[in-house]
Ligand binder design. Structure first.
Ligand SMILES: Nc1ncnc2c1ncn2[C@@H]1O[C@H](COP(=O)(O)OP(=O)(O)OP(=O)(O)O)[C@@H](O)[C@H]1O
Length: 584
């Protein structure tokens, strides 16, 4: 139960509703207890009439009175059972909602390293499946727990007062039922976990098959994929069958044990009645009703134990992530407006997971408003520079300064709000094109969006779609070509109108003519903005105020287009190659 202590704050938050729910549960159970004794009384009244103790009209009057009481108690018990679900189950839904938000908010704080070291499926499972398991503890477990406790506290003593020997025999099979249900619940849990795991494998497989359908078709590997699918289906059938088999035991077992209890009641009760140890046959009917009322709560004891164990295991997994400290911490509370000067001072950076030193003692300065292009072979550390400016990672040694202040000492929100980043693989959400661009500025009007789309040279393409700016983009924007996606992503950054632009090879998928047009537009837009452009093309770099060439994490050349073109080296070779149309 140690892990579940995390939920205490939520129980405190909803204490009133919870307490009310507990009271209502107790009242609902007490009303349900009224019925069996009045069934007994009704039979007793008939017995008395048959023995000529009371007249027919007295018997009728008594029966009517008892029936009305039974109906009234059933209605009240039903009403309170409804209210019980409305309070306790509602509280569990609130807790589920709060916990999901808490986990999600925490996920948002965690840095990229966390996402790399944990699978997305695992993150999703903890926020959905595990939170649902925990909800069962916050709702059904409490509700059935209180119900069972109330019934036991009220009913068992009542049964012993009415007929002690009969009560002993009636209750005898129930603990066995409880233990059996507990054991079966555990097996059910194990097997349903396997089914869950299987389902997530299946969904990953199908998702990949559909996303990669063009590769599958191009390589003509449909038979292999079909075979894999067939094997997965067989595995799915086997795991589901093994779950169904054990599930099939649940209710028959319950019915068997209720049956045994009922036989005890009838046999022992009948003998006791014949021997005159119990005064009325109505007691037998009353006890049969008690047995039926007790069966579910007794079965629930076993079920509850396994629910609590599962909730504990799930909360443990949730807590593991909640206790994860964000690697990038925002230690400065006050916001600051950013001007746009950037400086790298002897920056070395090693990725923790791969231990690759992406940048090695890199130093350079960019004045606010300047444009700097970063070139170099693939894997030379270009994107890493942009990531460090946005403080997606913290440097291993050296300093990244923005406006002369180390980025760690800037408010993270201020820093990131001042940056408009266009990543290498433009990510678009499954939403309209307009909303995807609006991401850059929630308050922008349609006209603003059209204006930036024009600057990013994607307006004409968008106009070509039937629904224009309202075109919904599929998962990862599959309805757009690579170049269109890049340009929508550029429009999004332009709309933000930030102080610093970080363009990461974001024109790689557009033709050189469009590239030229976009670059001209960007030049106008970014006149007073600090701009870092990562590229493989000289055409994107030649107009920059400064060009930096990286190789294996080190700066090997630095200067303007003219300067670098006048010295032997990577830049000049690249320029000549690209001029003559060859690929570098
Ligand atoms: N997220 C990451 N985790 C671990 N290693 C990484 C990560 N990103 C990059 N690296 C490694 O760091 C080195 C520099 O990568 P970076 O992406 O900065 O290069 P790049 O010059 O932008 O390459 P490209 O031109 O291909 O985009 C590479 O060796 C790469 O494998």
């Amino acid at each position: 139960m140690k892990e579940l202590k995390h939920l205490n704050k939520y129980f405190k938050k909803y204490w009133f509703k919870l307490l009310l729910g507990i009271l209502i549960t107790i009242i609902a159970r007490i009303f349900s207890l009224i019925m069996p004794s009045y069934v007994n009384k009704s039979i007793q009244a008939v017995e008395e009439y048959m023995a000529d103790v009371i007249t027919l009209s007295d018997a009728k009057g008594l029966l009517l009175q008892y029936i009305l009481i039974i109906i009234g108690a059933a209605i009240l018990s039903g009403l309170f059972t409804f209210l019980m679900r409305q309070t306790i189950i509602n509280v569990s839904r609130y807790i589920e909602y709060d916990l999901k938000n808490e986990v999600f908010d925490h996920y948002q704080l965690l840095s990229l390293n966390f996402y790399k070291s944990n699978r997305i499926g695992d993150l999703m499972n903890r926020i959905s499946e595990d939170v649902s398991q925990v909800r069962m503890y916050g709702g059904p477990a409490i509700m059935y727990g209180i119900q069972t406790l109330t019934l036991f506290v009220c009913l068992v003593p009542l049964m012993f007062i009415k007929a002690p020997t009969l009560a002993t025999y009636t209750l005898l099979p129930l603990p066995i039922l409880s233990i059996l249900i507990y054991k079966i619940s555990k097996i059910i849990h194990k097997r349903s976990t396997k089914v869950q795991e299987y389902l997530s494998t299946l969904s990953t497989f199908t998702q990949e098959s559909f996303s990669g359908i063009s590769v599958i078709k191009a390589y003509s590997i449909e038979p292999r994929v079909n075979e894999e699918m067939r094997n997965l289906a067989i595995e799915g059938k086997d795991t589901s069958m093994s779950l169904a088999k054990v599930n099939a035991w649940f209710f028959p077992l319950m019915i068997l044990l209720i049956g045994i209890s009922n036989i005890f009641v009838i046999y022992i009760g009948g003998r006791q009645y014949i021997n005159g140890e119990i005064e009325t046959v109505g007691i037998i009917a009353e006890f049969i009703l008690y047995v039926n009322m007790l069966t579910w709560p007794v079965a629930v004891v076993g079920w509850l134990t396994s629910i609590v164990q599962r909730a504990e295991a799930s909360q443990k997994r949730i807590n593991e992530f909640l206790q994860e400290e964000p690697a990038i911490k925002n230690i400065v509370a006050e916001h600051k407006s950013i001007h746009g000067d950037i400086e790298f001072k002897n920056v070395t950076f090693t990725y923790e997971d791969t231990e690759i030193t992406a940048l090695n003692n890199v130093s350079f300065k960019v004045k606010a408003g300047e444009t700097v292009a970063i070139l170099g072979k693939t894997g030379s550390g270009k994107s890493t520079i942009l990531d460090l400016v946005a403080r997606l990672y913290d440097v291993s040694s050296g300093e990244v300064l923005v406006d002369g202040v180390p980025v760690q000492q800037l408010n993270l929100d201020s820093l990131r709000k001042a940056i408009g980043a266009v990543p290498q693989d433009a990510f678009l959400f499954s939403d309209t094109i307009e909303n995807n661009i609006r991401f850059g500025n929630e308050n922008a009007t349609h006209e603003d969006i059209v204006e930036v789309a024009k600057k990013a040279v994607v307006h004409k393409n968008i106009q070509g779609f039937a629904k224009k700016y309202d075109t919904i983009l599929g998962e990862r924007g599959i309805t757009l070509s690579g170049g269109q996606k890049q340009r929508v992503s550029i429009a999004r950054a332009l709309l933000k109108d930030p102080k610093i632009y970080l363009f990461d090879d974001c024109l790689s998928a557009v033709d050189t003519e469009t590239e030229e047009e976009i670059l001209n537009n960007l030049k106008k837009v970014s006149e007073s903005k600090t701009t870092l452009i990562v590229s493989h093309r000289v055409s994107s770099a030649k107009n920059a105020d400064k060009i930096i060439v990286l190789d294996q994490g080190k700066i090997i050349q630095e200067g303007t287009h003219e300067e670098l073109n006048n010295q032997e080296g990577y830049y000049k070779d690249l320029y000549i190659n690209q001029l003559s149309g060859k690929e570098s």
